[in-house]
Design a protein around this ligand. Structure first.
Ligand SMILES: [Mn+2]
Length: 593
Protein backbone atom coordinates (compact mmCIF):
# COMPACT_ATOMS: atom_id res chain seq x y z
CA UNK A 1 0.00 0.00 0.00
CA UNK A 2 2.57 2.49 1.17
CA UNK A 3 4.94 1.67 -1.64
CA UNK A 4 2.15 2.17 -4.13
CA UNK A 5 1.47 5.60 -2.67
CA UNK A 6 5.15 6.26 -2.72
CA UNK A 7 5.49 5.58 -6.33
CA UNK A 8 2.31 7.30 -7.32
CA UNK A 9 3.11 10.40 -5.43
CA UNK A 10 6.72 10.71 -6.38
CA UNK A 11 5.56 10.47 -9.92
CA UNK A 12 2.92 13.10 -9.52
CA UNK A 13 5.06 15.56 -7.67
CA UNK A 14 7.70 15.34 -10.35
CA UNK A 15 5.07 15.83 -12.95
CA UNK A 16 3.71 18.77 -11.04
CA UNK A 17 6.89 20.73 -11.15
CA UNK A 18 8.10 19.58 -14.53
CA UNK A 19 5.49 19.79 -17.15
CA UNK A 20 2.38 21.60 -16.21
CA UNK A 21 1.32 25.17 -15.76
CA UNK A 22 0.14 25.10 -12.27
CA UNK A 23 2.18 26.79 -9.63
CA UNK A 24 1.45 30.40 -9.64
CA UNK A 25 2.94 33.74 -10.43
CA UNK A 26 3.55 36.31 -7.75
CA UNK A 27 0.78 38.51 -9.05
CA UNK A 28 -2.74 37.74 -8.04
CA UNK A 29 -5.04 38.20 -10.96
CA UNK A 30 -8.39 39.55 -9.89
CA UNK A 31 -10.85 38.29 -12.42
CA UNK A 32 -14.53 38.22 -11.89
CA UNK A 33 -15.72 34.73 -12.31
CA UNK A 34 -19.34 34.50 -13.09
CA UNK A 35 -21.94 37.10 -13.82
CA UNK A 36 -25.01 35.22 -12.69
CA UNK A 37 -27.57 37.62 -11.43
CA UNK A 38 -30.69 37.29 -9.38
CA UNK A 39 -32.77 40.38 -9.77
CA UNK A 40 -33.70 42.08 -6.57
CA UNK A 41 -37.20 43.37 -7.04
CA UNK A 42 -37.73 46.68 -5.26
CA UNK A 43 -41.31 47.17 -6.24
CA UNK A 44 -44.23 46.21 -4.08
CA UNK A 45 -46.09 45.32 -7.23
CA UNK A 46 -43.80 42.34 -7.65
CA UNK A 47 -46.11 39.28 -7.69
CA UNK A 48 -43.79 37.26 -5.47
CA UNK A 49 -43.72 39.97 -2.82
CA UNK A 50 -47.48 40.17 -2.87
CA UNK A 51 -47.82 36.45 -2.57
CA UNK A 52 -45.42 36.41 0.36
CA UNK A 53 -47.15 39.39 1.88
CA UNK A 54 -50.39 37.44 1.88
CA UNK A 55 -48.67 34.37 3.20
CA UNK A 56 -47.18 36.07 6.23
CA UNK A 57 -49.63 38.96 6.48
CA UNK A 58 -47.16 41.15 8.36
CA UNK A 59 -50.02 43.60 8.75
CA UNK A 60 -48.60 46.32 6.59
CA UNK A 61 -50.29 45.90 3.25
CA UNK A 62 -51.94 48.93 1.72
CA UNK A 63 -55.44 47.50 1.74
CA UNK A 64 -55.49 46.98 5.52
CA UNK A 65 -54.41 50.55 6.21
CA UNK A 66 -57.15 52.81 4.81
CA UNK A 67 -56.08 55.59 7.20
CA UNK A 68 -52.51 55.42 5.99
CA UNK A 69 -51.30 58.95 5.07
CA UNK A 70 -49.60 59.97 1.86
CA UNK A 71 -46.17 61.59 1.92
CA UNK A 72 -43.22 60.85 4.16
CA UNK A 73 -42.59 60.43 7.87
CA UNK A 74 -41.55 63.78 9.36
CA UNK A 75 -38.67 64.14 11.85
CA UNK A 76 -41.31 64.88 14.49
CA UNK A 77 -43.08 61.59 13.87
CA UNK A 78 -39.77 59.74 14.18
CA UNK A 79 -38.89 61.11 17.64
CA UNK A 80 -37.40 58.59 20.08
CA UNK A 81 -38.88 57.49 23.41
CA UNK A 82 -36.20 59.36 25.36
CA UNK A 83 -34.13 62.33 24.29
CA UNK A 84 -30.44 62.04 25.05
CA UNK A 85 -29.56 64.09 28.15
CA UNK A 86 -27.13 66.98 27.73
CA UNK A 87 -23.57 65.76 27.76
CA UNK A 88 -20.25 67.38 28.64
CA UNK A 89 -18.58 67.55 25.18
CA UNK A 90 -15.19 67.09 26.87
CA UNK A 91 -16.31 64.12 29.00
CA UNK A 92 -14.64 60.72 28.62
CA UNK A 93 -15.53 59.13 25.29
CA UNK A 94 -18.02 61.89 24.42
CA UNK A 95 -19.14 61.99 20.78
CA UNK A 96 -17.82 58.49 20.26
CA UNK A 97 -14.21 59.49 20.91
CA UNK A 98 -11.58 57.22 22.39
CA UNK A 99 -11.01 57.44 26.13
CA UNK A 100 -7.48 56.83 27.34
CA UNK A 101 -7.16 57.14 31.12
CA UNK A 102 -4.02 58.84 32.45
CA UNK A 103 -2.11 58.88 35.73
CA UNK A 104 -3.72 55.71 36.96
CA UNK A 105 -3.25 54.61 40.55
CA UNK A 106 -2.15 51.03 41.29
CA UNK A 107 -5.73 50.24 42.37
CA UNK A 108 -7.06 51.57 39.08
CA UNK A 109 -4.48 49.56 37.14
CA UNK A 110 -5.67 46.46 38.93
CA UNK A 111 -9.32 47.27 38.18
CA UNK A 112 -8.44 47.81 34.52
CA UNK A 113 -6.66 44.49 34.28
CA UNK A 114 -9.47 42.60 35.97
CA UNK A 115 -12.04 44.19 33.66
CA UNK A 116 -10.03 43.19 30.61
CA UNK A 117 -9.76 39.59 31.73
CA UNK A 118 -13.44 39.39 32.69
CA UNK A 119 -14.85 40.85 29.47
CA UNK A 120 -12.35 40.72 26.64
CA UNK A 121 -12.70 44.52 26.40
CA UNK A 122 -11.69 47.38 28.69
CA UNK A 123 -14.51 47.64 31.22
CA UNK A 124 -12.57 50.25 33.22
CA UNK A 125 -12.75 52.57 30.22
CA UNK A 126 -16.38 51.72 29.49
CA UNK A 127 -17.42 52.36 33.11
CA UNK A 128 -16.10 55.93 32.89
CA UNK A 129 -17.96 56.78 29.66
CA UNK A 130 -21.56 57.99 29.93
CA UNK A 131 -24.13 55.29 29.16
CA UNK A 132 -25.93 58.09 27.29
CA UNK A 133 -22.92 59.25 25.27
CA UNK A 134 -23.70 60.67 21.87
CA UNK A 135 -21.80 59.70 18.73
CA UNK A 136 -21.56 63.24 17.34
CA UNK A 137 -22.83 64.29 13.92
CA UNK A 138 -24.52 61.99 11.45
CA UNK A 139 -21.58 61.18 9.15
CA UNK A 140 -23.25 58.59 6.96
CA UNK A 141 -23.29 58.91 3.17
CA UNK A 142 -25.45 61.95 2.22
CA UNK A 143 -27.91 59.68 0.40
CA UNK A 144 -28.48 57.89 3.70
CA UNK A 145 -28.81 61.09 5.73
CA UNK A 146 -31.33 62.46 3.24
CA UNK A 147 -33.29 59.25 2.85
CA UNK A 148 -37.02 59.71 3.45
CA UNK A 149 -39.50 57.02 4.34
CA UNK A 150 -42.98 56.80 2.84
CA UNK A 151 -45.90 56.71 5.23
CA UNK A 152 -47.68 54.08 3.27
CA UNK A 153 -47.78 51.20 3.84
CA UNK A 154 -46.72 51.97 7.39
CA UNK A 155 -43.30 50.86 8.54
CA UNK A 156 -43.57 47.76 10.76
CA UNK A 157 -42.64 48.12 14.40
CA UNK A 158 -39.98 46.01 16.08
CA UNK A 159 -39.06 44.24 19.27
CA UNK A 160 -35.34 44.50 19.92
CA UNK A 161 -34.02 41.31 21.51
CA UNK A 162 -30.72 41.35 23.35
CA UNK A 163 -29.23 38.16 24.76
CA UNK A 164 -26.58 38.60 27.42
CA UNK A 165 -24.38 36.41 29.57
CA UNK A 166 -22.37 38.17 32.28
CA UNK A 167 -22.27 41.44 30.35
CA UNK A 168 -20.70 44.45 32.08
CA UNK A 169 -23.23 46.95 33.45
CA UNK A 170 -21.98 49.94 31.48
CA UNK A 171 -21.87 48.22 28.08
CA UNK A 172 -25.31 46.63 28.54
CA UNK A 173 -26.86 49.92 29.69
CA UNK A 174 -25.17 51.86 26.89
CA UNK A 175 -26.66 49.39 24.40
CA UNK A 176 -30.13 49.89 25.86
CA UNK A 177 -29.93 53.69 26.01
CA UNK A 178 -28.44 54.00 22.57
CA UNK A 179 -31.49 52.13 21.23
CA UNK A 180 -33.87 54.30 23.25
CA UNK A 181 -32.17 57.53 22.11
CA UNK A 182 -32.02 56.68 18.41
CA UNK A 183 -35.09 54.56 17.59
CA UNK A 184 -38.33 56.28 16.63
CA UNK A 185 -40.86 55.63 19.40
CA UNK A 186 -43.55 54.60 16.90
CA UNK A 187 -41.24 51.89 15.52
CA UNK A 188 -39.77 50.56 18.76
CA UNK A 189 -42.35 48.34 20.42
CA UNK A 190 -40.12 47.06 23.22
CA UNK A 191 -36.66 45.93 24.21
CA UNK A 192 -36.44 42.37 25.49
CA UNK A 193 -33.33 41.45 27.46
CA UNK A 194 -32.74 37.71 27.71
CA UNK A 195 -30.40 36.65 30.48
CA UNK A 196 -28.64 33.43 29.54
CA UNK A 197 -28.02 32.38 33.16
CA UNK A 198 -25.61 35.16 34.14
CA UNK A 199 -23.90 34.74 37.48
CA UNK A 200 -22.86 38.35 38.14
CA UNK A 201 -24.98 40.13 40.77
CA UNK A 202 -25.47 43.44 38.94
CA UNK A 203 -27.47 41.58 36.27
CA UNK A 204 -30.06 40.34 38.76
CA UNK A 205 -32.27 42.60 40.94
CA UNK A 206 -30.30 45.81 40.17
CA UNK A 207 -30.97 45.37 36.45
CA UNK A 208 -34.69 44.68 37.00
CA UNK A 209 -34.98 47.77 39.19
CA UNK A 210 -33.13 49.96 36.73
CA UNK A 211 -35.14 49.07 33.62
CA UNK A 212 -38.56 48.95 35.27
CA UNK A 213 -39.19 52.72 35.03
CA UNK A 214 -38.24 52.64 31.34
CA UNK A 215 -41.53 50.78 30.77
CA UNK A 216 -40.69 49.29 27.37
CA UNK A 217 -37.70 47.26 28.57
CA UNK A 218 -38.33 43.74 29.89
CA UNK A 219 -35.96 41.12 31.28
CA UNK A 220 -36.49 37.42 30.61
CA UNK A 221 -34.39 34.87 32.45
CA UNK A 222 -33.03 31.56 31.32
CA UNK A 223 -32.15 29.78 34.57
CA UNK A 224 -29.81 27.29 32.98
CA UNK A 225 -27.07 28.26 30.54
CA UNK A 226 -28.50 27.19 27.20
CA UNK A 227 -26.71 29.51 24.86
CA UNK A 228 -27.52 32.10 22.27
CA UNK A 229 -29.91 30.10 20.11
CA UNK A 230 -32.21 29.01 22.93
CA UNK A 231 -32.14 32.49 24.48
CA UNK A 232 -33.02 34.17 21.19
CA UNK A 233 -35.85 31.70 20.65
CA UNK A 234 -37.21 32.59 24.09
CA UNK A 235 -37.03 36.29 23.28
CA UNK A 236 -38.65 35.79 19.87
CA UNK A 237 -41.51 33.82 21.38
CA UNK A 238 -42.31 36.64 23.80
CA UNK A 239 -41.89 39.46 21.30
CA UNK A 240 -44.95 41.56 20.38
CA UNK A 241 -43.49 43.59 17.49
CA UNK A 242 -44.02 42.77 13.78
CA UNK A 243 -40.29 42.57 13.32
CA UNK A 244 -37.62 40.96 15.50
CA UNK A 245 -34.34 42.85 15.74
CA UNK A 246 -31.49 40.95 17.37
CA UNK A 247 -28.57 42.89 18.81
CA UNK A 248 -25.59 41.99 20.96
CA UNK A 249 -25.29 43.31 24.49
CA UNK A 250 -22.28 45.58 23.74
CA UNK A 251 -23.55 47.69 20.84
CA UNK A 252 -24.20 51.36 20.14
CA UNK A 253 -26.68 52.40 17.47
CA UNK A 254 -25.78 55.23 15.12
CA UNK A 255 -28.14 57.95 13.85
CA UNK A 256 -31.12 56.63 11.92
CA UNK A 257 -30.11 52.97 12.16
CA UNK A 258 -33.58 51.48 12.51
CA UNK A 259 -35.70 53.06 9.76
CA UNK A 260 -33.65 51.73 6.79
CA UNK A 261 -33.82 48.16 8.17
CA UNK A 262 -37.59 48.30 8.60
CA UNK A 263 -38.09 50.07 5.26
CA UNK A 264 -36.16 47.33 3.46
CA UNK A 265 -38.24 44.63 5.18
CA UNK A 266 -41.37 46.46 4.08
CA UNK A 267 -40.08 46.14 0.48
CA UNK A 268 -38.88 42.56 0.91
CA UNK A 269 -40.81 40.72 3.62
CA UNK A 270 -38.74 37.58 2.99
CA UNK A 271 -35.45 39.34 3.59
CA UNK A 272 -33.21 39.09 6.60
CA UNK A 273 -31.47 42.44 6.91
CA UNK A 274 -28.30 43.36 8.79
CA UNK A 275 -26.86 46.77 9.56
CA UNK A 276 -23.37 47.80 8.58
CA UNK A 277 -21.29 46.98 11.66
CA UNK A 278 -19.02 49.75 12.95
CA UNK A 279 -16.08 48.89 15.16
CA UNK A 280 -16.09 50.07 18.77
CA UNK A 281 -12.49 49.67 19.91
CA UNK A 282 -12.20 47.13 22.72
CA UNK A 283 -9.52 49.16 24.53
CA UNK A 284 -10.58 52.79 24.10
CA UNK A 285 -14.26 52.39 23.11
CA UNK A 286 -13.67 54.69 20.17
CA UNK A 287 -16.62 54.40 17.80
CA UNK A 288 -15.39 54.27 14.20
CA UNK A 289 -17.91 56.54 12.54
CA UNK A 290 -18.94 56.03 8.92
CA UNK A 291 -17.36 58.33 6.34
CA UNK A 292 -19.71 60.34 4.13
CA UNK A 293 -17.51 59.62 1.13
CA UNK A 294 -17.30 55.88 1.64
CA UNK A 295 -19.80 53.54 0.08
CA UNK A 296 -20.56 50.00 1.21
CA UNK A 297 -17.51 47.82 0.74
CA UNK A 298 -17.94 44.38 2.22
CA UNK A 299 -20.32 41.50 2.46
CA UNK A 300 -20.31 38.19 4.33
CA UNK A 301 -19.21 34.81 3.11
CA UNK A 302 -18.14 31.41 4.41
CA UNK A 303 -15.15 29.20 3.76
CA UNK A 304 -14.86 25.43 3.39
CA UNK A 305 -14.05 25.07 7.08
CA UNK A 306 -17.51 26.64 7.52
CA UNK A 307 -16.20 29.77 9.18
CA UNK A 308 -17.85 33.09 8.51
CA UNK A 309 -15.77 35.84 6.89
CA UNK A 310 -15.88 39.16 5.06
CA UNK A 311 -15.03 39.92 1.44
CA UNK A 312 -15.20 42.87 -0.95
CA UNK A 313 -18.48 43.26 -2.77
CA UNK A 314 -17.93 41.78 -6.26
CA UNK A 315 -18.34 44.16 -9.18
CA UNK A 316 -21.61 42.69 -10.56
CA UNK A 317 -23.22 43.09 -7.14
CA UNK A 318 -21.92 46.64 -6.80
CA UNK A 319 -23.37 47.58 -10.17
CA UNK A 320 -26.82 46.43 -9.12
CA UNK A 321 -27.02 49.13 -6.46
CA UNK A 322 -28.35 52.36 -7.87
CA UNK A 323 -27.38 54.43 -4.84
CA UNK A 324 -26.14 54.06 -1.27
CA UNK A 325 -29.61 53.38 0.12
CA UNK A 326 -29.75 50.08 -1.82
CA UNK A 327 -29.06 46.91 0.14
CA UNK A 328 -26.07 44.64 -0.50
CA UNK A 329 -26.96 41.02 -1.10
CA UNK A 330 -24.73 38.78 0.99
CA UNK A 331 -24.15 34.99 0.72
CA UNK A 332 -23.75 34.69 4.50
CA UNK A 333 -24.23 36.90 7.52
CA UNK A 334 -22.42 37.37 10.79
CA UNK A 335 -25.69 36.64 12.54
CA UNK A 336 -25.17 38.88 15.56
CA UNK A 337 -27.21 41.88 14.51
CA UNK A 338 -30.21 41.57 12.19
CA UNK A 339 -33.91 42.21 11.64
CA UNK A 340 -36.54 39.80 10.33
CA UNK A 341 -40.33 39.72 10.27
CA UNK A 342 -41.49 37.61 13.19
CA UNK A 343 -43.85 35.70 10.89
CA UNK A 344 -41.06 35.02 8.43
CA UNK A 345 -38.71 33.96 11.25
CA UNK A 346 -41.27 31.32 12.22
CA UNK A 347 -42.07 30.35 8.64
CA UNK A 348 -38.42 29.80 7.73
CA UNK A 349 -37.77 27.59 10.77
CA UNK A 350 -36.40 30.04 13.40
CA UNK A 351 -33.16 28.38 14.49
CA UNK A 352 -32.01 24.80 14.76
CA UNK A 353 -33.01 24.37 18.41
CA UNK A 354 -30.52 21.55 18.87
CA UNK A 355 -27.57 23.79 18.18
CA UNK A 356 -25.73 24.30 21.43
CA UNK A 357 -24.37 27.43 23.11
CA UNK A 358 -22.94 29.43 20.21
CA UNK A 359 -21.27 29.04 16.80
CA UNK A 360 -22.31 27.79 13.37
CA UNK A 361 -25.91 28.96 13.73
CA UNK A 362 -25.29 31.95 11.46
CA UNK A 363 -23.99 29.79 8.61
CA UNK A 364 -26.93 27.40 9.03
CA UNK A 365 -29.37 30.29 8.87
CA UNK A 366 -27.58 31.80 5.86
CA UNK A 367 -27.92 28.59 3.84
CA UNK A 368 -31.50 28.05 4.97
CA UNK A 369 -32.76 31.56 4.25
CA UNK A 370 -31.36 31.59 0.71
CA UNK A 371 -32.21 28.00 -0.18
CA UNK A 372 -35.79 28.24 1.12
CA UNK A 373 -36.88 31.38 -0.71
CA UNK A 374 -35.57 34.27 1.38
CA UNK A 375 -32.62 36.56 0.98
CA UNK A 376 -29.87 38.03 3.14
CA UNK A 377 -28.97 41.67 2.81
CA UNK A 378 -26.79 44.28 4.44
CA UNK A 379 -28.39 47.73 4.57
CA UNK A 380 -25.47 50.18 4.51
CA UNK A 381 -27.54 53.17 5.68
CA UNK A 382 -28.11 51.35 8.95
CA UNK A 383 -25.00 51.55 11.13
CA UNK A 384 -24.62 49.82 14.48
CA UNK A 385 -21.39 49.76 16.47
CA UNK A 386 -20.19 46.59 18.15
CA UNK A 387 -17.31 45.93 20.51
CA UNK A 388 -15.24 43.18 18.93
CA UNK A 389 -13.64 41.43 21.86
CA UNK A 390 -10.00 40.50 21.89
CA UNK A 391 -11.05 37.00 22.92
CA UNK A 392 -14.21 35.33 24.09
CA UNK A 393 -14.47 35.48 27.88
CA UNK A 394 -17.30 32.95 28.01
CA UNK A 395 -16.87 29.46 29.17
CA UNK A 396 -18.17 26.79 26.86
CA UNK A 397 -19.75 24.37 29.34
CA UNK A 398 -19.33 21.46 26.93
CA UNK A 399 -16.09 22.62 25.36
CA UNK A 400 -15.39 24.12 21.97
CA UNK A 401 -16.60 20.94 20.35
CA UNK A 402 -20.13 22.39 20.35
CA UNK A 403 -19.17 24.63 17.44
CA UNK A 404 -18.15 21.61 15.35
CA UNK A 405 -21.30 19.79 16.49
CA UNK A 406 -23.37 22.74 15.23
CA UNK A 407 -21.44 22.94 11.98
CA UNK A 408 -22.01 19.24 11.31
CA UNK A 409 -25.76 19.69 11.82
CA UNK A 410 -25.72 22.53 9.29
CA UNK A 411 -23.68 20.46 6.82
CA UNK A 412 -25.85 17.36 7.18
CA UNK A 413 -29.09 19.26 6.59
CA UNK A 414 -28.10 21.76 3.90
CA UNK A 415 -24.90 20.88 2.07
CA UNK A 416 -25.75 17.65 0.21
CA UNK A 417 -22.54 16.05 -1.16
CA UNK A 418 -20.61 19.26 -0.51
CA UNK A 419 -20.57 18.38 3.18
CA UNK A 420 -17.64 16.10 2.37
CA UNK A 421 -15.61 19.11 1.28
CA UNK A 422 -16.00 20.38 4.86
CA UNK A 423 -15.42 16.98 6.48
CA UNK A 424 -12.14 16.50 4.62
CA UNK A 425 -10.91 19.74 6.19
CA UNK A 426 -12.13 19.03 9.70
CA UNK A 427 -11.48 15.51 10.92
CA UNK A 428 -13.37 16.11 14.16
CA UNK A 429 -16.43 17.03 12.11
CA UNK A 430 -15.91 13.94 9.95
CA UNK A 431 -15.84 11.80 13.08
CA UNK A 432 -19.03 13.36 14.48
CA UNK A 433 -20.73 12.82 11.11
CA UNK A 434 -19.53 9.26 10.75
CA UNK A 435 -20.55 8.26 14.26
CA UNK A 436 -23.87 10.10 13.82
CA UNK A 437 -23.38 11.84 17.15
CA UNK A 438 -24.77 15.17 15.92
CA UNK A 439 -28.27 14.43 17.23
CA UNK A 440 -31.58 14.07 15.45
CA UNK A 441 -31.97 16.18 12.31
CA UNK A 442 -35.24 14.69 11.08
CA UNK A 443 -37.24 17.80 11.99
CA UNK A 444 -34.86 20.01 10.05
CA UNK A 445 -35.06 17.71 7.02
CA UNK A 446 -38.85 17.81 7.24
CA UNK A 447 -38.68 21.59 7.30
CA UNK A 448 -36.49 21.55 4.20
CA UNK A 449 -39.04 19.32 2.49
CA UNK A 450 -42.02 21.36 3.61
CA UNK A 451 -40.52 24.63 2.39
CA UNK A 452 -39.39 22.97 -0.86
CA UNK A 453 -35.93 24.38 -0.42
CA UNK A 454 -33.47 24.37 -3.28
CA UNK A 455 -30.29 22.29 -3.13
CA UNK A 456 -26.79 23.39 -2.25
CA UNK A 457 -25.49 23.54 -5.78
CA UNK A 458 -28.31 25.99 -6.60
CA UNK A 459 -27.10 28.11 -3.70
CA UNK A 460 -23.51 28.03 -4.91
CA UNK A 461 -24.42 28.87 -8.49
CA UNK A 462 -26.95 31.58 -7.80
CA UNK A 463 -26.07 33.15 -4.49
CA UNK A 464 -22.31 32.73 -4.30
CA UNK A 465 -21.05 32.15 -7.87
CA UNK A 466 -17.72 33.76 -6.93
CA UNK A 467 -16.82 31.01 -4.47
CA UNK A 468 -14.13 28.52 -5.41
CA UNK A 469 -15.63 25.05 -5.10
CA UNK A 470 -12.96 22.45 -4.35
CA UNK A 471 -13.19 19.11 -6.11
CA UNK A 472 -15.97 16.96 -4.69
CA UNK A 473 -13.83 13.84 -5.00
CA UNK A 474 -10.13 14.68 -5.26
CA UNK A 475 -7.93 11.71 -6.13
CA UNK A 476 -5.36 12.52 -3.45
CA UNK A 477 -5.96 14.49 -0.30
CA UNK A 478 -5.22 14.67 3.41
CA UNK A 479 -1.97 15.16 5.30
CA UNK A 480 1.12 15.09 3.12
CA UNK A 481 3.81 13.18 5.00
CA UNK A 482 7.44 13.11 4.00
CA UNK A 483 8.83 9.56 4.09
CA UNK A 484 12.27 10.73 5.14
CA UNK A 485 11.45 13.09 7.99
CA UNK A 486 8.05 11.58 8.90
CA UNK A 487 6.72 15.10 9.32
CA UNK A 488 3.83 16.72 7.48
CA UNK A 489 3.53 19.76 5.25
CA UNK A 490 1.82 22.51 7.26
CA UNK A 491 0.85 26.11 6.45
CA UNK A 492 1.75 27.25 9.98
CA UNK A 493 -0.27 29.36 12.38
CA UNK A 494 0.41 32.91 11.24
CA UNK A 495 -1.28 34.49 8.25
CA UNK A 496 0.09 32.18 5.61
CA UNK A 497 0.09 34.28 2.45
CA UNK A 498 3.49 34.15 0.75
CA UNK A 499 5.29 32.42 3.56
CA UNK A 500 7.48 29.37 3.57
CA UNK A 501 5.56 26.16 4.02
CA UNK A 502 6.67 24.43 7.23
CA UNK A 503 7.07 20.81 8.28
CA UNK A 504 5.37 19.80 11.48
CA UNK A 505 4.48 16.72 13.46
CA UNK A 506 1.63 14.99 11.60
CA UNK A 507 -1.68 15.33 13.49
CA UNK A 508 -4.03 13.97 10.83
CA UNK A 509 -6.82 16.37 11.92
CA UNK A 510 -7.04 18.27 8.64
CA UNK A 511 -6.85 22.00 9.40
CA UNK A 512 -3.45 23.46 8.63
CA UNK A 513 -2.19 20.16 7.26
CA UNK A 514 -4.96 19.55 4.76
CA UNK A 515 -3.76 19.44 1.16
CA UNK A 516 -5.40 18.32 -2.04
CA UNK A 517 -3.69 17.29 -5.23
CA UNK A 518 -6.00 18.66 -7.92
CA UNK A 519 -6.71 17.69 -11.52
CA UNK A 520 -4.69 20.78 -12.45
CA UNK A 521 -1.80 19.26 -10.50
CA UNK A 522 -1.73 21.93 -7.87
CA UNK A 523 -1.02 21.15 -4.26
CA UNK A 524 -3.80 23.17 -2.74
CA UNK A 525 -4.52 24.08 0.86
CA UNK A 526 -8.01 25.48 0.47
CA UNK A 527 -9.84 25.85 3.73
CA UNK A 528 -10.04 29.52 4.70
CA UNK A 529 -8.29 30.77 1.56
CA UNK A 530 -7.29 29.27 -1.77
CA UNK A 531 -3.60 28.65 -1.15
CA UNK A 532 -1.20 26.72 -3.35
CA UNK A 533 2.31 25.43 -2.97
CA UNK A 534 4.77 27.49 -5.03
CA UNK A 535 8.07 26.21 -6.25
CA UNK A 536 10.98 28.52 -5.52
CA UNK A 537 14.58 28.57 -6.67
CA UNK A 538 16.94 26.47 -4.54
CA UNK A 539 17.87 27.03 -1.74
CA UNK A 540 14.79 29.18 -1.03
CA UNK A 541 12.08 27.27 0.82
CA UNK A 542 8.93 26.40 -1.10
CA UNK A 543 6.18 28.86 -0.32
CA UNK A 544 2.48 28.86 0.23
CA UNK A 545 0.71 31.60 -1.72
CA UNK A 546 -2.69 32.43 -3.13
CA UNK A 547 -3.54 30.15 -6.02
CA UNK A 548 -3.64 31.64 -9.46
CA UNK A 549 -6.49 29.43 -10.58
CA UNK A 550 -9.72 30.77 -9.08
CA UNK A 551 -12.24 28.91 -11.23
CA UNK A 552 -14.20 30.34 -14.16
CA UNK A 553 -11.97 31.79 -16.83
CA UNK A 554 -8.87 32.04 -14.62
CA UNK A 555 -5.89 29.81 -15.36
CA UNK A 556 -3.13 28.34 -13.26
CA UNK A 557 0.20 30.15 -13.28
CA UNK A 558 2.65 30.09 -16.19
CA UNK A 559 4.78 27.06 -16.76
CA UNK A 560 7.77 26.86 -14.48
CA UNK A 561 9.51 23.74 -15.72
CA UNK A 562 12.28 25.74 -17.33
CA UNK A 563 13.17 27.02 -13.91
CA UNK A 564 12.29 24.02 -11.80
CA UNK A 565 13.45 20.70 -13.16
CA UNK A 566 13.50 19.73 -9.53
CA UNK A 567 11.73 17.63 -6.91
CA UNK A 568 10.10 18.66 -3.64
CA UNK A 569 12.55 17.71 -0.90
CA UNK A 570 12.75 18.04 2.86
CA UNK A 571 16.08 19.39 3.98
CA UNK A 572 16.46 20.02 7.69
CA UNK A 573 13.23 21.74 8.71
CA UNK A 574 12.59 23.22 5.28
CA UNK A 575 10.88 22.10 2.10
CA UNK A 576 12.93 23.08 -0.95
CA UNK A 577 13.21 22.16 -4.63
CA UNK A 578 16.19 19.95 -5.40
CA UNK A 579 17.60 17.89 -8.24
CA UNK A 580 15.51 14.74 -8.43
CA UNK A 581 16.99 11.58 -7.02
CA UNK A 582 14.65 8.58 -6.80
CA UNK A 583 16.85 7.04 -4.11
CA UNK A 584 16.38 10.02 -1.78
CA UNK A 585 13.57 9.14 0.63
CA UNK A 586 13.32 12.84 1.57
CA UNK A 587 11.80 13.27 -1.89
CA UNK A 588 9.07 10.70 -1.27
CA UNK A 589 5.74 11.79 0.06
CA UNK A 590 2.51 10.09 0.98
CA UNK A 591 -1.00 11.34 1.62
CA UNK A 592 -2.02 10.16 5.06
CA UNK A 593 -5.34 8.99 6.24
MN1 LIG B 1 -20.65 40.47 20.34
Amino acid sequence: MISYNFFFLSFFLLFFFFFKKHSSTLEVMEKSVSLQVITTPRSLADPLSLQIRDLFSPGSSVSTQPDCLSGFYSPDELKPHFMRPMEDPDGPGANGRAFIPENMSPAEMREKQEGLVRNGFDQFVSDRISVHRSLGNDTRHPECVEQKFRHCPRLPDTSVIIVFHNEAWSTLLRTIYSILHTSPAILLREIILVDDASTQDHLKAPLDLHVQPLKIVRVLRQKERKGLVAARLLGAQEAKGNVLTFLDSHCECFHGWLEPLLAQLREQPMAVVSPEIAVIDSNTLKFTKPLPSAGARSRGNFDWGLSFGWENIPEPERLKRKDETYPVRTPAFAGGLFSIYKDFFNHIGTYDGQMEIWGGENIEMSFRVWMCGGQLEIVPCSVVGHIFRTRTPYSFPKGLEVIVHNQVRAAEVWMDDYKNVFYRRNKKAAFIAQSKSYGDISERLELKEKLQCKNFSWYLENVYPEVFVPELAPALFGSLMNMGSHTCLDIGERKPVRRAVILYKCHYMGGNQHFEYTVLQELRHNTAMQLCLHATIEPEPVRIELCNYKGGSTVPAPQQHEVFKKCLTVEGVKAIMKTCNPADKYQHWTFGP
